[in-house]
Design a protein around this ligand. Structure first.
Ligand code: IMP
Length: 206
């Protein structure tokens, strides 16, 4: 198994990355460094933030042969002109899920999306991938699974290869991780990384 360090303070994200990457031969471990805090650049592009995080985290990689991953995610609400977006962590801490519900209580349009950008450093190469999950902000918070804005986000149903994936109107916090994964922005970003890894393996072996 190849060791993959995921630099994040968020155990929910680590759980999701383990679920996706361990079956593919990656031993996913959480990397936290005492006294080190990543400085997020002030910009509205998750990819720039993720690339900057990866660069800053590199100095703390326990072994140069290990892989290093970071991820940046956010909730983008249509009626709030994509807010909180890159400010999601701050908004969750200050306003919480209740604050998001309050901000859109009189809005007819409750559409929103989660976006995640994962960046991976492996064998001196950087791979970046984005995942998007569209849905709506629920009428009220519900559920105790998951983390962050999960209690107020209901993913749209998805039709894939002839079958419909649905949470039946339940929030991400109301369903288990295996069901969240069928829709999740993070899972899509990780799947994109996996594709990028396998195509670079094909390229280097041909
Ligand atoms: P960051 O990528 O850790 O900066 O995440 C930004 C904010 O969005 C954090 O407060 C997360 O809790 C929240 N967030 C990111 N991904 C998810 C998710 O899958 N579900 C719910 N909240 C999320």
């Amino acid at each position: 198994m190849r060791t993959l360090w995921f630099m994040t303070g968020n155990e929910g994200k680590v759980r999701e990355a383990k679920h996706a990457l361990e079956p593919l031969g990656y031993d996913v471990r959480q990397l936290t460094v005492d006294g080190f805090e990543i400085v997020e650049p002030q910009c509205d592009d998750l990819e720039i933030v993720a690339r900057s995080k990866l660069q800053q985290a590199q100095a703390h990689l326990p072994h140069p042969n290990d892989a290093l991953m970071v991820e940046d995610a956010g909730l983008f609400v249509d009626a709030l002109d994509e807010f909180p977006g890159v400010y999601s962590a701050y908004v969750l801490k200050t306003l919480g899920c209740a604050g998001i519900l309050k901000l859109i209580e009189d809005k007819a349009n409750r559409n929103a999306e989660f976006q995640a950008v994962a960046a991976l450093l492996l064998d001196d190469e950087v791979h970046v991938s984005r995942g998007i999950c569209q849905g709506v902000i629920a009428a009220e918070a519900s559920g105790s699974d998951g983390f962050g804005f999960d209690p107020v986000f209901v993913p749209n149903d998805i039709e894939r290869e002839g079958s419909v994936h649905t949470t039946n109107g339940r929030t991400f916090a109301d369903v288990d991780l295996s069901l969240k994964e069928q829709f999740s922005h993070r899972r899509k970003a990780l799947d994109g990384l996996i594709k990028s890894l396998s195509s670079s393996e094909t390229a280097s072996s041909s």
